[in-house]
Design a protein around this ligand. Structure first.
Ligand code: ATP
Length: 722
């Protein structure tokens, strides 16, 4: 065997040759597995019927490598015998190809119909595949909170495709410019590949088993968990092997899923509504499609582990019981992050009085930091971010003072604390002067391998809600009741405090409270219903929580806007050698596209320009992908949609250049920002969490001057996601 060549065995099983590292990985896996078991034991009392994960989390995958190895050997002797009862990937691809061709007026419904039929087939014949197909369609390897990213950049993916279809980097780049889609290049190239061993000496020749979704997800998980020095090579080998086995259509969707967009115009919204239709078909219209959608969304917002979520769905379908039971089955539980409730922007106190005319409300300081959800169970603390990632390792200091907080609270209040979930904002804090520091300070803390001894930027947690206490789920109680639980159970300390609040409907008192909040370093207020309509609503952004930011009082917008950087122009003069201005896009969550809103370089400091340059130069694309709607914008460089930034803007106008919301405006012209200014990078937001096209159009509609002329393009009610 050549020196750098990986053995067929280790290649096929995804195992490295480094046995020391294997031992270490095994130990970590075992301890993580133990934690997982402990977590299962800690389920709330109200959730006795709890569905247990039936598929191993990705960290158990390599433990299964022996089994996989046997499977592979078996597979090499078989052709299309599907022994594991997993749907053939080709069957899924056939549907995706049809979805891709849906265009025109009724295309949304046609896409829904096609996907719903696929789901019906899966539910009836391959129920264990349900989460896998969901992950594949959403370009994920598993639930957000326990699943790493693929860790495959665009450049590496191009190399893999080049190798699989046997063309040089140069030709691949040319073809990419021609087609604008790496998936299409791979597919075209595959047509000409005759033998599978032509490009690699470690691929087994002979009849191959057709790919199933199970096999694909296994490879994806193996790819995602690879870490360390040689991981890149191992990832490449695993993916090359997979793509060698794929046919010309399959490879297209494999490539696109690794790029995190299948480009079939099916967003999360579409997938979930197609799934609602599938369930309606199976239940034979016992509950209507819209109601099923509501139940699915509410359940998924409570329980962000899709393995468990889909498990419960299958369980209900098989038992033929009332589908609305899903919400109870998917109750929140410790160890699995809950989708946080969010707030709607407002432009002034008057709007708040209108909204809460007959509803008692409370005002809280709007702290400016990172959302932190603290879970405590089995004597263990975990911190989850706004987008459901496990941040525990990033904040060892927070874990330490939460442990003290638990101890002191239990002693002072003479109460046993077994479990809780708290909703908080983590803020940079000056310990000496008891002062809140600007948000930017927090972003300078490193995210990985944080050593307690070297922490210089301290954090204070401001708790504003409690969702679970000693196994009792509290989300259906009123905010007034939840606060009582919070205050009577816990004792504040310097690093964990309760969010300051004012329970008054007096305009003058509110104004004073707003001024106080701003002078203490906060952004403004969050105004919340406190009795009626005040249950905690996971994942919802509705009128029960309103945010009032100081910068937007009585302006037309009420909020800043989060947008994705998809391109840039090279800098001139002082900015030479960097990017001078950035092409920003919003996300169209109806058809998975990015629509341009503005080109801006305003408000950026030198250090921020440097930081953006260093981040963006790593994600340059040779060509705008087909899901970028550039309009007449002409950036010098195009980037992968990855970095979200927050901008402030004077107002919005209709533009002949940009495309934001163009299919919602009567003459199909986009909306753009006027005088946008950079505020910060939103590390805590993913591109699909940026402002949507519909929201941009709504902000445009809401502008006072436009409303006077009554020129609104979309209905003001975008509450209804369905
Ligand atoms: P923003 O850019 O305003 O932070 P966002 O999109 O991150 O917006 P929003 O729901 O719009 O989230 O604003 C609410 C955010 O404000 C919460 O996610 C939370 O992180 C933060 N926050 C600060 N103080 C509070 C509080 N007292 N109650 C609820 N959320 C608070």
């Amino acid at each position: 065997m050549k020196k750098n060549q990986i053995s067929l065995d280790s290649f096929l099983t995804g195992k490295t040759l480094n046995t020391k590292k294997d031992d270490k990985t095994k130990n970590t896996q075992q301890s993580e597995k133990k934690q997982k078991i402990e977590q299962d034991k800690s389920q709330p009392k109200t959730d006795k019927k709890s569905y247990k994960r039936d598929t191993p989390p990705e960290d158990e995958i390599s433990n299964n490598s022996q089994i996989e190895k046997k499977d592979k050997i078996k597979n090499s002797q078989q052709t299309s015998n599907n022994t594991e009862n997993s749907i053939l990937f080709r069957d899924i691809v056939d549907v995706l190809l049809k979805v891709e061709t849906c265009k025109g007026e009724n295309s949304k419904d046609a896409v829904k119909e096609l996907l719903s039929n696929l789901f019906v087939n899966i539910i009836n014949n391959y129920s264990a595949d349900l989460p896998k197909i969901y992950y594949f369609l959403s370009s994920k390897v598993g639930p957000e909170y326990i699943s790493p990213e693929f860790g495959i950049g665009e450049g590496i993916l191009e190399k893999i495709v080049g190798k699989v279809i046997g063309i040089s980097d140069k030709i691949l780049k040319e073809k990419l410019i021609e087609t604008g889609d790496l998936g299409t290049v791979a597919s075209e190239g595959k047509k000409n590949v005759k033998t599978m061993d032509a490009f690699s000496n470690f691929i087994k020749v002979g009849p191959q088993k057709k790919l199933t979704i199970s096999q694909i997800m296994k490879v994806y998980k193996n790819v995602a968990v690879k870490k360390g020095k040689s991981s890149q090579d191992e990832k490449i080998k695993l993916l090359c092997d997979l793509m060698f086995k794929a046919d010309k259509d399959e490879i297209k969707f494999l490539v696109r899923s690794l790029q995190k967009s299948l480009k079939i115009g099916a967003s999360f919204k579409t997938i979930l509504s197609a799934f609602s239709r599938a369930i309606t078909k199976i239940l034979k219209n016992k509950t209507d499609e819209k109601e099923i959608y509501r139940i699915l969304l509410a359940s998924k917002n409570q329980l962000s582990d899709e393995d468990i979520f889909f498990g419960h769905i299958i369980e209900l379908i098989q038992k033929k019981t009332n589908f609305s039971e899903l919400i109870d089955l998917c109750q929140i539980r410790c160890g699995i992050p809950v989708n946080p409730q969010l707030a709607r922007p407002t432009t002034g106190i008057k709007v708040i009085f209108d909204r809460f005319a007959d509803t008692p409300f409370t005002c809280e300081y709007k702290y400016d930091g990172f959302r932190g959800q603290i879970h405590y169970y089995n004597k263990k603390t975990q911190i989850f971010s706004r987008n459901l990632e496990d941040m525990t390792e990033t904040y060892p200091d927070v874990v330490e003072f939460i442990n003290n907080f638990i101890k002191e609270s239990a002693e002072k209040n003479n109460k046993q604390l077994n479990s809780f979930i708290l909703d908080c904002e983590m803020v940079a804090y000056d310990k000496k002067n008891d002062k809140i520091l600007p948000f930017q300070q927090l972003t300078t803390r490193s995210r990985k391998n944080v050593d307690l001894a070297t922490i210089t930027i301290h954090v204070c947690m401001f708790c504003f809600d409690i969702l679970l206490l000693n196994d009792e789920i509290l989300i259906n109680k009123t905010l007034r009741e939840r606060r009582k639980y919070l205050y009577s159970t816990f004792t504040e300390s310097q690093y964990i405090q309760f969010a300051k609040h004012l329970d008054s409907g007096d305009a003058q008192e509110m104004e004073n409270f707003m001024t106080e909040s701003v002078s203490s370093g906060c952004e403004g207020l969050i105004v919340k219903a406190i009795d009626k309509n005040s249950e905690y609503m996971p994942g919802q952004r509705n009128f029960n929580w309103l945010k009032l930011k100081k910068d937007y009082l009585d302006t037309s917008l009420g909020d800043s806007i989060d947008l994705v950087i998809i391109g840039a122009q090279y800098g001139k003069g002082k900015r030479k050698g960097l990017y001078g201005s950035f092409l920003l896009a919003c996300y169209n969550d109806d058809n998975e596209t990015y629509e341009t809103v503005t080109m801006t370089g305003g408000g950026l400091k030198d250090a921020e320009l440097d930081e953006l340059y260093n981040k963006l130069k790593e994600i340059i694309l040779p060509q705008a992908p087909s899901n970028y709607k550039l309009g007449k914008a002409e950036p010098d460089v195009i980037f992968e949609a990855k970095i979200v930034i927050e901008v402030k803007t004077a107002d919005l106008s209709i533009s002949p250049i940009y495309t934001a919301g163009y299919d919602l405006t009567p003459d199909h012209r986009g909306v753009s920002l006027r005088f946008p200014r950079f505020q910060r990078i939103r590390e805590d937001k993913k591109p699909h969490e940026a402002c949507t096209s519909e929201e941009i159009v709504k902000l445009y509609n809401n502008q006072a001057s436009i409303n006077k002329n009554n020129k609104s393009f979309v209905s003001n009610d975008i509450d209804d996601l369905y």
